[in-house]
Design a protein around this ligand. Structure first.
Ligand code: PEP
Ligand code: MG
Length: 586
């Protein structure tokens, strides 16, 4: 606006809608550096905390490095040199060694140790009065501030307390950062790093908050206080929007409001196809604040409660009582409709510091100690969570869902723990449901999908996690925007695995649902119903759209089209066949 020229930053629109607001750039603002003296016993933990911050910084810098490839040639070259310099600095440089020495010998807390080492280096470089060294100092400063930010988790405090009408602009938002956003204040967000299928994107959709991820150049150009537009429908962030752009945005917002109110009228109607087939539509929930929307959008139950979010953004573990109160509250809000609580699924991009301590890289890897694997390694934490879920089961129907299952043995072990925890609760005179809850498993590992016939006989229900099933089948990181074009649930390999699971479940008479992101995308509804699914769980915001699609569908036609798609070997052709079918029916 005014004298400033409009500038567009293309990215991935991961949550639909368009909003105008005031930018809050997460990188800005002074950081308050805590200063305290360590006891001798606390030194080892502090060194570990520092090493974790260094490791996180390496990961952040490497991800920034991949973005460099998308910049114009000259800029990319310069950026790559910088990234190399940062990585070298994070690898046993004088800065890192100096900080470790200050923590161990001088018993300084890590943040203060970084600041002190930086101050000393800055003073020495200044004495040398050399232009090259002055530039090097800027790099050291940049790396030091990154470390301090990681140590103080500055972003978390910033995001939690923003003025109304804000739009968050950040280099990266982890799922834990996103969980801190107050939807009453923040209208949308945009980042430099991030893929469309990661949990940050899922959270944005769950909060109905337009978001654009993977947009290069934002941090350099956007300043806190600038007017920006997040356009999730057109994959872009617009800086300094012109009057004409603002008018267009206003018109689109009005149309979207009309659409929403039309869809709202479906809330009390059943999800039933034209020929009378009933489909269950449940909600996926990450945070208790989503519950208002779950009830309002007419969800028939909670099909997936991602309990790991209770463990994020805190350095201590929530105890059994605290978890029980949260589950009880959600069960109460559903007024007799079933709630499926998934046990902890930490690992990969979902990090909870108190849970991964001591497990090193494995607990942060998508192929390591993720989900039930991590839970079985820490039986006391697992038992406390299961106790909380079983106690919540005394207040309404609750089911237990186990993530990242690969073998029947993992399921068997988990069942034993559940039974033993239940017996202990009963012995202590604590109220639980009369029956053992139903115990289900996520099918999200290709090996589990291929063994679905065996797993179906050993559990009470199955839920296809199409997000991870796609990621692991196609070896495509769901959080990496560089490979987003390869993440394709219509790939024949993914479709065949899903079909095999659905048929195996039907043969075993084991109920099966799907709770990945495609459940909430009306483009896929005909395909999923055609494959035999009758139970879908999705972000509450998507329930009305999917219900509308179901109500206009003819099941026989959907089955025939799904069959035709299963005969294809090219996912592009499958997408076309599905699009044609959707266009015909609407
Ligand atoms: C999935 O993988 O499809 C799923 C629903 O689980 P999450 O997205 O939490 O990994
Ligand atoms: Mg998953």
């Amino acid at each position: 606006m005014g004298s400033k020229t409009e500038q567009k930053f293309p990215g991935l629109g991961v949550a639909p809608g368009v909003v105008v607001g005031v930018a809050h750039v997460r990188e800005s603002g002074a950081i308050t550096i805590p200063e305290y003296c360590l006891t001798p016993q606390a030194v080892d933990d502090e060194v570990q905390r520092f090493n974790d911050a260094v490791e996180l910084a390496r990961r952040q810098v490497r991800m920034l490095g991949t973005k460099a490839k998308t910049l114009p040639d000259a800029a990319a070259e310069e950026f790559e040199i910088l990234i190399d310099a940062y990585l070298q600095m994070l690898d046993g440089s004088r800065l890192i060694r100096g900080v470790e020495r200050r923590i161990t010998d001088e018993k300084m807390n890590a943040e203060f140790a970084v600041q002190s080492e930086l101050n000393v280096m800055a003073a020495q470089f200044a004495e040398m009065d050399d232009a090259y060294l002055a530039a090097r100092l800027e790099d050291i400063r940049e790396v030091s501030y990154r470390l301090i930010r990681n140590l103080t988790k500055t972003c978390e405090q910033n995001i939690g307390d923003l003025p109304e009408g804000s739009i968050v602009i950040a280099e990266e938002m982890t799922p834990a950062d996103t969980a801190l956003i107050d939807p009453a204040k923040v209208l949308g967000f945009a980042t430099v790093i991030g893929g469309a299928e990661g949990h940050t994107a899922i959270m944005a959709r769950a909060l109905s908050m337009p978001a654009v991820l993977g947009a290069s150049g934002l941090i350099k150009e956007v300043r806190t206080g600038d007017l920006v537009v997040v356009d999730g429908d057109n994959d872009q962030l617009i800086l300094h929007p012109s009057e004409k752009t603002l008018l267009r945005v206003k018109n689109r917002q009005e149309l979207q409001r009309q659409d929403a109110s039309r869809l709202h009228q479906l809330a009390d109607l059943d999800a039933v196809t034209r020929d009378g087939t009933r489909v269950t539509l449940n909600a996926n929930v990450e945070l208790p604040i989503e519950m208002d929307n779950v009830v309002e959008k007419g969800a028939e139950g909670v099909g997936l409660l991602r309990s790991e979010f209770i463990f994020m953004n805190r350095s201590t573990l929530p105890n059994e009582d605290e978890q029980y109160e949260i589950f009880k509250n959600i069960v109460g809000r559903m007024k007799g409709r079933p709630v499926t609580v998934r046990t902890l699924d930490i690992g990969g991009e979902k990090i909870a510091p108190a849970l991964v301590k001591g497990f090193g890289e494995s607990a942060k890897s998508a192929l390591g100690l993720r989900g039930v694997r991590l839970s079985l390694k820490q039986p006391e934490i697992f038992e406390a969570q299961i106790a909380a879920i079983l106690r919540a089961g005394a207040h309404g129907p609750v089911r237990l869902l186990i993530p990242m299952v690969t073998t029947v043995a993992e399921l068997r072990k988990t069942k034993e723990i559940i039974k033993s925890v239940r017996n202990k609760l009963i012995k202590r005179g604590i109220q639980v449901a009369d029956q053992l809850p139903q115990i289900g498993i996520m099918i999200e590992v290709p090996g589990a999908a291929l063994a679905a016939d065996a797993l179906a006989m050993a559990c009470d229900f199955m839920a296809i996690g199409s997000n991870d099933l796609t990621m692991y089948t196609l070896a495509t990181d769901r959080t990496d925007e560089q490979v987003a074009h390869l993440f394709n649930p219509l790939h024949p390999a993914v479709l065949r695995l899903m079909q095999f699971c659905i048929e195996a479940a039907h043969r075993a008479n084991t109920p099966i649902s799907l709770c990945g992101e495609i459940a909430g995308d009306p483009t896929f509804t005909a395909m999923l119903l055609g494959l035999g699914l009758r139970d879908l769980s999705m972000s509450a915001a998507n329930i009305p759209k999917v219900k509308q699609r179901i109500r206009e569908l003819d099941l026989d036609a959907a089955k025939m089209r799904a069959n035709m798609i299963m005969g294809q070997t090219d996912s592009g052709r499958s997408a076309m066949l599905l699009d044609d079918f959707n266009a015909l029916a609407s």
